[in-house]
Design a protein around this ligand. Sequence first.
Ligand code: HEC
Length: 473
Amino acid sequence: MNITEDGQMKPWATGVRSPCGLGIIDGELFYSDNQGDWIGSGGVWHLKKGAWVGHPAGLRWSDLPNSPVKIKQEDVYAIVDSRRRRDANGRAIKPENVVDETPIPLYTLKEKFPALQLPAVWLPHGIQGISNSEILEIPQGNFGPFAGQVLVGDQGQSKIMRVFMEKINDEYQGASFDFRAGFQSGVLRMAWGKDGSLFVGETNRGWGSAGEASEGLQRLVWNEKTPFEMKAVRAMPDGFEIEFTQPVDRKSAEDLASYTVDSFVYKYHPVYGSPPILRESNAIKGVKVSEDGLKARLIVDNLRRYYIHELRLDGVRSTEGFYSLVHPQAFYTLNNIPTGKKLAMSEVSTRSTAVAAETSAPEKETPATGNGKTTPAKTGPKTVKVNVPSYDEVKPLLTKHTCLACHQTSKRQVGPAYTEVAKRGYTNEKIVELIHNPKPENWPDYATEMPPMPQVPKADALKIAAWINSLKK
Ligand code: HEC
């Protein structure tokens, strides 16, 4: 709603799900939304007048004469089944994720409904937060190289992300990065102090959150040192240009093996949340590092409009100190691919030190990995023997599949401690089933539900399960 100075209330936009932050950025209205039904992941949206931002509930009022949005709920439900069914007792049935269906990503509705406003920047659930909150522009003079960019808080993960936006074809899009984590409770509100420091208001009420405390008021102060970070990622007609806060070591930055790019998107459906879907890896064909070492431009194959492109720069180092990036990962939402001049292959480095990767690492039967212990074979037809991996072996899997966003080994966070899960006495196979299809009713005193994670390959899930069960002792 837009309330004018003389008190008139005018409808502005609709389709938000659970917005926990409004902000004026660049003189325009933006908000952040939270993953849930119809909204596959959190993100930052530009709220133009007359926009429908994706949740169909708000279309209930679209036939009122002064509604600036004209799309009807039935028109959306004609494309995506709203699955509002009831059981024999008349109770609503919660729709579950269907794994083997042809998914409908939100962007595919844009052709039919031009007023649909897609997120300027998706904040991938579990990685760039799980409950995005306030969005705030960094004023000139604050936080060094990041002035003009946007901070987004996260309640569940008690952290702050940083978002860089640019306008392509008159629409905002851009990249998100991790910025600062480790606050004592869920980050809700942020405000600038007169000295350029950031006040952060925190609570874990209603939802669990990372950190020791139930609430907090903390201050984030820049120590005047510039960290080695990606300052910005910009879309190019043939890939991406990464700008750094400090010059890069040329040898590492001209090596294609220093980079990876993957792309994916989310389902648009009445189910709570969405697994990342239609993931493909993008081949990197060349890289051009600028004279001053502050930019690297990548030629990337198979760019997909509207998809989230995940860039990892694990191999890039700074000239000074040979540091790795503090946060080597960026998520760029490619709503538009710009036109313009492409790089010529003669201008770029195509050198790669990547060793021919093993295409599929064979499952090791023997010798034993980690501590060498094997789980005692349980009775039952489906039980398979799995070597118990050590925490160091399982940690990359827990990170990759975002489990660590919500679980710790021996402490309650958003979800139960794995030591508590171990006490339930599940078989490894049962745990795999529960990862793919959680049963929130098993943990009634947890406010958040675990999202179904069918995207976790069975082999990975089995390793995680064997490790969880090894915590029993
Ligand atoms: C967004 C937060 C979140 C993420 C991400 C998450 N979990 Fe959970 N998990 C929970 C919550 C909350 C519960 C308890 C309530 C429930 O089951 O819905 C839970 C429960 C569980 C359980 C117990 C299931 C049962 O019914 O007893 C297992 C096992 C588990 N999680 C494993 C994992 C693994 C492995 C991953 C990563 C692949 C993962 N979780 C990712 C939040 C999460």
